[in-house]
Design a protein around this ligand. Structure first.
Ligand SMILES: [Zn+2]
Length: 498
């Protein structure tokens, strides 16, 4: 292409007419935490933005269930494993519903009908490429990680994350000869064929790739895995997490199944949203697997950080855990969405405390958009002033909206939010400075007309804000749009001051 991509950002937005976004598939932990809420919310914001642009959008989430951890947790709860898993997944779906997460499908790796055929088909492709090899393997296995770890990861002979001494295990495994693809993967990432955002994460993975990649254990003896998918043609082995979990992004679309219309329509993924702890799997192993299977590569990987509280990792012992469900109960889904979108950087670790949350809520929602909506609609309804409302398409054609759209192109949700709240602040300022509430009551006809003209402009501006808010706080955006259309002020504040 002759034109540099930066000059084409506006065209690009309209060019790709489909958008496939995924969250990581989560471990079925009993306790849902802010990390789940965060990953799901930012993925949802991208899905909703894409729909707002009129793109054919698919949003996938799910759970990574074939783990011994789940088996042990079920036993600990005195339950059979499948009812236990169903209960946990019910909790996930409930959280998503409460948070307005508009996913199209929830894929479970225990789903034999929808997930397993694709995993098997994928495995066979890798075998056909000559990239799967049986080897005897001896290594250090951390039960907490459910994976082998290397000697150099240990601190005082123990896994630093789980503070357990790893077991020395010798067993037969199928290996994926990932080392073969190290150079190719490096080129793919260096050239942004898979674009890793932010650049600091791209550089991190490039540094890791400089030394090449080790082959990875791709199966485990079947008697050591209660759950999981048998290796095609060898029942004594089960497919290990990489082949089982990463493939969800394909299997959910029908890859390897008779009905693969979704696969044809949506693969490759336009965006994998992941946490930084699973960067290596998504930026090294996953592209290697796809190269081996001869399938198209995902286009973008957004790597977000962790949410800490008071500068520390949330933990029960520290007593600084923030429960997303309690926050939703107290403040509503849109308040939680607003906070993580505007006050947590999508690219770095972010911090939240109950105090910082409340402060942000009062400043940005109660005194910010909530107050502005009441103020403008009180005046426009009292004085029967309105304006033509631009279509959503026209909103995006507006020159002033370009920086918002540009922020989304860069996956910078925080910057997109700042764009909206800058508009809100400047509307507040305009009301303060021009005092249309006085002008409209003026006996002087010219002044009254000027007051009405200002109100009409604010009414239209408010509509634009309500459109731009759709991906971020969808329920509130819909409410505001409804109020604007009927030119009515809200009967109660949109966000009560706390
Ligand atoms: Zn560990």
């Amino acid at each position: 292409m002759a034109v540099h991509w930066q000059n084409m950002s506006h065209i690009n937005r309209n060019e790709g007419q489909k958008f496939y976004v995924t969250t990581p598939i989560f471990y079925p932990n009993a306790k849902l935490h802010m990390g789940h809420a965060y990953s799901a919310t930012i993925s949802d914001i991208f899905a909703r933005y894409s729909r707002l642009l009129g793109k054919d959008t698919y949003f996938l989430t799910g759970s990574d269930e074939n783990t011994e951890k789940a088996v042990r947790a079920a036993a600990g709860a005195g339950q059979q494993v499948f009812p236990y898993l169903d209960g946990i997944i019910g909790g996930f779906k409930n959280l998503y519903k409460r948070l307005d997460i508009s996913y199209d499908q929830f894929i479970r790796t225990t789903d034999k009908d929808n997930h397993w055929p694709g995993v098997e088909a994928f495995w066979k492709r890798m075998v056909d490429s000559g990239d799967i090899e049986k080897r005897s393997y001896e290594g250090l296995y951390c039960v907490g990680h459910e994976s082998f770890i290397t000697e150099k990861d240990l601190v005082d002979g123990k896994c630093p994350d789980h503070r357990e001494t790893p077991q020395r295990i010798k067993e037969e495994n199928y290996f994926f000869i990932l080392s073969r693809y190290a150079d190719k993967i490096r080129d793919i990432i260096a050239s942004d064929a898979i674009r890793i955002v932010p650049t600091s994460r791209k550089n991190e993975i490039l540094a890791l790739l400089k030394d090449g990649l080790e082959d990875v254990s791709f199966s485990r003896p079947a008697d050591k895995m209660t759950l999981g998918i048998p290796v095609p043609g060898d029942n004594t082995q089960k497919i290990y997490v990489w082949g089982d979990a990463l493939t969800n992004y394909l299997t959910a679309l029908g890859f390897g199944r008779k009905d693969h219309a979704l696969y044809d329509r949506f693969w490759p993924a336009d965006l994998h949203v992941i946490g930084k702890d699973i960067l290596r799997f998504h930026a090294a192993i996953w592209p290697g697997m796809l190269l081996s299977a001869g399938l198209p590569l995902p286009k973008n990987i957004l790597v977000h950080g962790l949410i800490t509280s008071g500068g520390l990792k949330m933990s029960k012992t520290l007593g600084n855990v923030i429960d997303p469900v309690r926050l939703i109960d107290e403040y509503g889904a849109d308040a939680v969405r607003y906070f993580v979108a505007r006050h947590i950087s999508p690219f770095e670790d972010g911090d939240m405390t109950m105090d910082s949350f409340k402060e942000a809520y009062n400043a940005g929602l109660a005194n910010g958009i909530g107050n502005l909506v009441s103020r403008i609609l009180k005046l426009t309804s009292d004085h029967r002033v309105s304006s033509d409302l631009p279509s959503k398409e026209d909103v995006f054609a507006d020159e002033t909206v370009q920086s918002y759209a540009q922020s989304f192109d860069e996956f910078d949700i925080q910057k997109a939010c700042n764009h909206i709240w800058t508009r809100i602040a400047s509307m507040d300022r305009e009301i303060q400075e021009t005092q249309p509430f006085k002008l409209v009551k003026s006996a002087d006809a010219a002044s009254a007309a000027r007051g009405k003209a200002i109100l009409s402009k604010l009414y239209r501006e408010l509509w634009i804000v309500a459109v731009l808010l759709e991906p971020i706080i969808p329920a509130t955006a819909a409410t505001i749009q409804g109020l604007i259309r009927s030119n009515k002020m809200p009967s109660a504040p949109l966000f009560a001051r706390k």
